[in-house]
Design a protein around this ligand. Structure first.
Ligand code: CP3
Length: 341
């Protein structure tokens, strides 16, 4: 198996810089769009054979060094009592969002091995398919990002409802995050038992918080998840967007690898984090829309700044955009592998 991704997570030496892409399976691929004509996103996530097929699509056509489980951050919501669906063109819609402290009692503690057995089945099947290829990344959401969906009821630009709840009802906020943290700790451990070889914790929207608020309202809950994974031995990745001022605090919460967006050059971000952690990310996903003579030099800049130090995983600062040309993604992955260490 190609293990350069796992080696980089552990800051060991590699023959080539490993590369994978957040949202490497998705709408920019015609095979994915074809499958989506026949099945909803949730149907794909809930049927292991379909989720396996979609996970493997990018592995077969792009030179990526890791596969990421095809699933969604919000899948735990339904068994936990927060029913939701994806609305075309709008994103997730939660039927009865959390608005009052009493609503937190509706969030049930469930056993992930029963409630999300299909995800674990998908992981087991994938490990068989990937055995001679690349490692499999499992994932889940950090409490702040999950709570933001539970409270907003869907996407938001200001996160005003989330923050108002946090400030007005701190005890209920912490109780809600505590439930998410307990569930995620258990769920991610179950993913490792099923065969996930690395775990990424997505705290996608935590960059909305002031640093002091991050430390008070988010960090303790996220830290519990990383602590629960420590004895599994698998590398962990801690990712968020717009987190330039939070990087040192996110490191404190945990993660062998810290994910960074595109706002800061990668060498400066790595200095803030410290070289005792690996780093992943950094290229603006919009760059993939540019002609290759404006795309590849931007990738070179990331590669040069990372300087061949052990612990660099090439990725985007966030997920691949739906209108990205597949050829650009293929070209970029090949280019990263051609970079001389
Ligand atoms: O290839 C991969 O990266 C794995 C698949 C994956 C999906 N969701 C499938 C998906 C992963 C890792 C996620 C995580 C996820 N889900 C996050 C965190 C990642 C991030 O982007 O920061 C979040 C915030 C969600 C919640 C979610 N799911 C939203 C807000 C949306 C709608 C927005 C959009 O892009 O349309 C989704 C839908 C979703 N999840 C798609 C995919 C491939 C869109 C494709 C579709 O509708 O068919």
């Amino acid at each position: 198996m190609n293990d350069r991704f796992l080696r980089a997570c552990r800051r060991e030496s590699v023959d080539r810089v490993p590369v994978w892409f957040m949202r490497q399976a998705g709408r920019y691929m015609s095979d994915y769009r074809a499958l989506r004509q026949r099945y909803s996103l949730l149907e794909i996530c809930r049927q292991p054979e379909l989720a396996v097929a979609v996970t493997l699509q990018p592995v077969d056509v792009i030179e990526v060094d890791a596969a990421i489980l095809f699933s969604d951050l919000l899948l735990p919501f339904t068994p936990m009592g927060l029913d939701f669906d994806f609305v075309k063109g709008e994103g997730p819609a939660i039927s009865h969002p959390i608005r009052h402290p009493a609503d937190v009692d509706r969030v049930r503690q469930v056993e992930p091995r029963d409630a999300l057995a299909h995800v674990l089945t998908t992981i087991r099947l994938l490990r068989r398919e990937l055995s001679t290829k690349v490692p499999l990344i499992g994932f889940g959401g950090a409490p702040f990002t999950l709570a933001s969906y539970a409270i907003e009821g869907g996407p938001s630009t200001t996160y005003a409802k989330t923050k108002a709840f946090m400030y007005e009802q701190p005890a209920a906020w912490h109780a809600l995050c505590d439930r998410f943290a307990s569930f995620m700790a258990d769920y991610l451990r179950a993913q490792v038992e099923a065969g996930a070889q690395a775990i990424q914790v997505f705290d996608s929207w935590v960059g909305q918080l002031a640093r002091a608020d991050y430390r008070e309202y988010a960090l303790p809950h996220t830290r519990r998840i990383f602590e629960a994974l420590a004895d599994t031995g698998v590398p962990t990745i801690h990712f968020g967007v717009n987190t330039t001022v939070l990087l040192a605090d996110m490191k404190e919460a945990g993660g062998d690898v810290i994910g960074v967006d595109w706002r800061l050059p990668i060498d400066e971000a790595w200095d803030l984090i410290g070289h005792d952690r690996a780093i992943q990310g950094n290229l603006d996903p919009t760059r993939l829309l540019a002609p290759t003579d404006r795309l590849l030099p931007a990738a070179d800049d990331v590669l040069r700044r990372a300087g061949g130090r052990p612990g660099h995983i090439f990725n985007l600062g966030h997920g691949i955009l739906p209108n990205t040309p597949l050829e650009h993604v293929q070209r970029l992955a090949r280019h990263v592998h051609e970079f001389g260490l």
